[in-house]
Ligand binder design. Structure first.
Ligand code: FAD
Ligand code: SF4
Length: 510
């Protein structure tokens, strides 16, 4: 009985139980498809990384004796659409059963159910064996509760998986060391080089160009820096433990010109494509922590653990709980166009020039750059969350809808009305100045809110609060911000608002 098993580009889990034993009657199907390269315009490094990772994965399982059917993007028999690829392969290999792994994206989930309902052969679906939680676990956890507070889910995860626990108590006496994790980087410790694999990806890049796929962003094809195999993913993790974990907590929120990664792990693509699992990441960092306690502070390890078993699993759970409605949410009724400089980083605002420039050049920005510079500006200029989502979904190496949309539309743009964040992540220029050295070299003055050279974030911030005052008036977490707004005298506020409106109208000239 011949079995056809589909492996999507973000399901490259070679440790899955499917691959325990090779079976001559089982065929694994992987396909590079225009359907996946064209649903949004992607950064060129993202397309290269996925194709490289898929090819490496196919080679890895092939070397273990599994039958692999692989469609490259320019293969003449590649129909470029999932339904056709599956139908064609079933016929060619005379398959009796079609099996797939639970996809992480809503659109693919629907599509695969639809495909299976049309097939004339049996089908079955399996767990991807990647996450700590099932799709429905978060919804079950919050059942009957009003708010989806991440912190309570995170504590539940710590206890359930016995991570950094002493009996029922958190190791170090506290669940959360966030307050210890907020230093500005002043060059006090050197930032180690990244784990660079110096890959030559010219061949796959040429294939992408030849196929006519439209991409954006920069690439150095002779020095590609992302891990695209399981081995490289494991090396990136090891590098993180040995050289970066120690200072991860301290400088988690810091931003610095010329430093794209600081002490961040660069593991998101490796994890989101499933080349490595969050469980092995957590196990490895905990082992490292327990054997290097004199070197690694509890705040650093807790800060990192929270990102993986907290935020990452939480976002996935919220996605499956809230989709598909989540993708339409725009409670603040923001409808402005995304500033054009999001596509070329040509702006006099130094913070955005750096954070956007780095995103376009490296397909990467770290969390605070994404949230408090790029997302903050989009929200303050009251940009349509649809446009913001499209940009984030395309630009980052790790952008897959389940983790992109929850972070962007939810956490960053507050378009969900507070399902994810209890208050909007907005700030004036002072926060950016506190956490970075961006303001030093800026055309604008971070201390001013009126005048030609005033930092745009300042008037935009007060204008946003005033425009959305009614919406936030019942939110206790906004009381302080709104009372500060009330302290601005009306004539001054009118000037600030006039300035902000003019900035929004002329945003492309900033
Ligand atoms: P590190 O800082 O080293 O963190 C370690 C890991 O923790 C990450 O690899 C990631 O897997 C996980 N993590 C950290 N924060 C989050 C979070 N908020 N949600 C989920 N996982 C988290 N992450 C994506 O993987 N894909 C996205 O498309 C994405 N879009 C984002 C959009 C916005 C507006 C914001 C604010 C954040 C977004 N994030 C996204 C979360 C976070 O910014 C990235 O996971 C992180 O920057 C990846 O870099 P790193 O691997 O060096 O992370
Ligand atoms: Fe950004 Fe304002 Fe600072 Fe310039 S002054 S870098 S625009 S926060």
């Amino acid at each position: 009985m011949a079995k056809l098993r589909l492996v999507l580009g973000d399901q490259l889990n070679s440790k899955h139980s499917w691959f325990k034993k090779a079976d001559p009657d089982t065929y694994y199907l992987l396909a590079e498809m225009r359907q996946e390269t064209d649903y949004v315009k992607h950064h060129v490094q993202k397309v290269v990384a996925f194709f490289m990772a898929m090819r490496n994965f196919a080679e890895l399982i092939g070397s273990k004796g599994h039958n692999v059917i692989y469609f490259r993007i320019n293969d003449s028999n590649n129909p470029q659409q999932l339904d056709q690829i599956i139908a064609q392969t079933i016929e060619k290999y005379n398959a009796d059963i079609f099996e797939y792994l639970l996809p992480d994206e809503f659109r693919l989930d629907i599509e695969l159910k639809e495909i299976c309902s049309q097939l004339k052969i049996e089908s079955a679906v399996y767990d991807s064996e990647h996450f700590f939680t099932t799709r429905a676990e978060l919804a079950e956890f919050y059942h009957g509760k009003d708010a989806l507070l991440m912190e309570s889910f995170y504590r539940h995860m710590r206890k359930k998986h016995d991570v950094l626990m002493v009996g029922d108590h958190p190791l170090g006496g506290k669940w959360n060391f966030d307050h210890s994790n907020r230093s500005k980087y002043k060059g006090e410790v050197p930032i180690p080089d990244i784990k660079n694999f110096n890959q030559n990806v010219s061949e796959v890049l040429e294939e992408i160009q030849k196929s006519g796929i439209k991409t954006f962003g920069a690439i150095d094809p002779e020095n590609f820096q992302w891990p695209v195999s399981r081995e490289e993913s494991l090396e990136t993790l090891k590098h993180f433990c040995l050289h970066l974990l120690e200072h991860f907590g301290d400088f988690q929120d810091a931003m610095q010109t010329g430093e794209n990664y600081l002490f961040h792990s660069r593991l998101s693509f490796a994890m989101n494509s499933k080349m490595i699992s969050p469980k092995e990441v957590i196990r490895t960092v905990l082992n490292f922590y327990h054997t290097h306690k004199n070197q690694i502070d509890i705040a650093a390890i807790e800060g990192f653990v929270r990102q993986i078993i907290g935020w990452r699993e939480y976002m996935r759970g919220v996605y499956w709980k809230e989709m598909p409605d989540f993708a339409q949410k725009n409670v603040l009724q923001n409808h402005n166009k995304l500033p054009y400089f999001y596509w070329n980083a040509e702006t006099k605002m130094n913070c955005l020039k750096h954070a956007l420039g780095q995103s376009l050049e490296k397909a990467y920005a770290h969390h605070i750059q994404r949230l408090m510079v790029i997302g903050n500006f989009a929200l303050l200029t009251q940009t349509s969350p649809d446009e913001v989502d499209q940009w984030y979904l395309g630009v980052y190496i790790d952008a897959i809808q389940w983790v992109e949309i929850t972070n962007t539309r939810g956490m960053s743009q507050f378009a969900d009305g507070g399902t994810i964040a209890t208050k909007p992540y907005i700030s004036s220029g002072s926060y950016i100045n506190k956490m970075s050295n961006y303001c030093k070299g800026c055309h604008y003055n971070v201390k001013e809110r009126l005048g030609e050279k005033a930092c745009p974030f300042n008037s935009l911030y007060w204008n946003f609060l005033d425009d959305k005052r009614e919406f936030f008036s019942n939110n206790p977490r906004m009381t302080m911000m709104l009372s500060l707004l009330d302290k601005i005298n009306p004539a001054e506020l009118a000037k600030i608002k006039q300035k902000a409106k003019a900035l929004i109208r002329n945003v492309d000239n900033l």
